[in-house]
Write a protein that binds this ligand. Structure first.
Ligand code: PTJ
Length: 258
C-alpha cells in the first residue's frame, strides 16, 4: 500500500484509491473497476466531496424503502466489495437481508474471491449467481442470479450499478435503491431511489438512518417514500454540479483565510 502521510490534503481520497487498487490485487475488483472509480472521483469532486442535502433526502427514502421491503437483497459488485465490505455486511444484518455477488465483467474466480472476502468480513449469507434463475430483459452476466436472492427480491440495493440491470430489475417490477455519484447515469435515472454520493460516505449514513427509522410505523415509512421524488433529487444534484459547488467552496475557503 502507498505510504501517504495523514497530513496530505488528499489523504482520504488516496486511501480510498488504495482500497480499490488492493481490490484488484486481491482478485475482487476488475481492472475496469479502476476506470469506473476514476469517473466516480471526478463526480465526487464536482459535488464538493461531501454528502449534500439531496443525498441526505435520498438516504432517508432509501432507508424507509428498505425497511418496508419484504425481501430486500444487497447486490455486491467488485468495486463495492473492495470499498465498503464491512458496511455492506452491517447493512445486511440490520435489514436481515442476504448479500448476493453479482458482477458485470464475468469471472468465476472473481465471484469466488468476493464471496470469501465478504465471509471474512463476517457476512452471514453470501448468495452466488446461478443458472437456475435468470433476470429477464438483460443479456450480460448480471442476468444470472440466485432464486432466493435477487430473483425473489422486491427491493434490491445496488451500489455502483451499470444501467442495464437497473432497467431490467425495474421492468420486472422490483424497486432499486442505488448509490451513484453521477446523477446523469442511466442507473441514477432509472432507479427508484438514487443516493448521489460517494458510496464510502453514503453507506455509514444509510445504516445510521435505518437504525433511526427502525421503530417507525409502516404508515409513516410509506409516507416518507411517497413524498420522495427521485427526479427532483437528481435535478438538485445537477444544479449543485452546474453551480460549481466545489469551486465555490474553494473560493470561500480562500477568502476566509486571507
Ligand atoms: O465488478 P463488476 O464486474 O460488476 O464491475 C463493476 C463496475 C463498477 C466496473 C461496473 O458496474 C461498471 O462498469 O459500472 P459503470 O457503468 O462504470 O458505472 C459505475 C457508476 O458508479 C458510474 O456512474 C460512476 O460514476 C459511479 N461511481 C464510481 N465510483 C463510485 C461511484 N458512485 C459512488 N461511489 C463511488 N465510489
Amino acid at each position: 500500500m502507498s505510504d501517504v502521510p495523514e497530513s496530505h490534503p488528499r489523504y482520504l481520497s488516496l486511501k480510498i484509491r488504495d482500497a480499490i487498487v488492493k481490490g484488484v490485487e486481491q482478485g475482487i475488483t476488475s481492472m475496469h473497476g479502476l476506470i469506473a472509480h476514476g469517473r466516480g472521483e471526478a463526480f465526487d469532486y464536482l459535488i464538493g466531496e461531501e454528502t449534500q442535502s439531496f443525498a441526505r433526502a435520498a438516504i432517508r427514502a432509501a432507508a424507509a424503502m428498505l425497511l418496508l421491503a419484504e425481501h430486500p437483497v444487497i447486490s455486491v459488485n467488485g468495486n463495492a466489495a473492495a470499498l465498503v465490505p464491512d458496511e455492506l455486511v452491517e447493512l445486511g444484518k440490520s435489514l436481515n437481508a442476504p448479500l448476493e455477488v453479482n458482477i458485470f465483467h464475468a469471472s468465476k474466480e472473481r465471484e469466488q474471491a468476493m464471496q470469501r472476502h465478504l465471509l471474512e468480513h463476517s457476512a452471514l449469507v453470501v448468495l452466488m449467481p446461478t443458472k437456475q434463475a435468470q433476470l429477464s430483459f438483460i443479456d450480460s452476466n448480471r442476468k444470472f442470479v440466485h432464486p432466493e436472492g435477487i430473483f425473489k427480491a422486491d427491493v434490491v440495493f445496488v451500489p455502483l450499478e451499470d444501467g442495464d440491470r437497473c432497467e431490467a430489475l425495474r421492468k420486472m417490477g422490483k424497486d432499486v435503491v442505488t448509490v451513484d455519484v453521477n446523477p446523469m447515469s442511466r442507473t441514477a435515472k432509472r432507479a427508484s431511489v438514487t443516493i448521489v454520493d460517494n458510496v464510502v460516505r453514503a453507506l455509514p449514513l444509510l445504516i445510521q438512518e435505518i437504525q433511526t427509522l427502525k421503530r417507525t410505523s409502516p404508515t409513516a415509512l410509506k409516507k416518507i417514500v411517497s413524498e420522495y421524488d427521485n427526479g427532483e433529487a437528481l435535478q438538485v444534484a445537477l444544479q449543485c454540479i452546474r453551480g460549481g459547488n466545489f469551486a465555490k467552496k474553494i473560493m470561500e475557503k480562500l477568502w476566509s483565510t486571507q
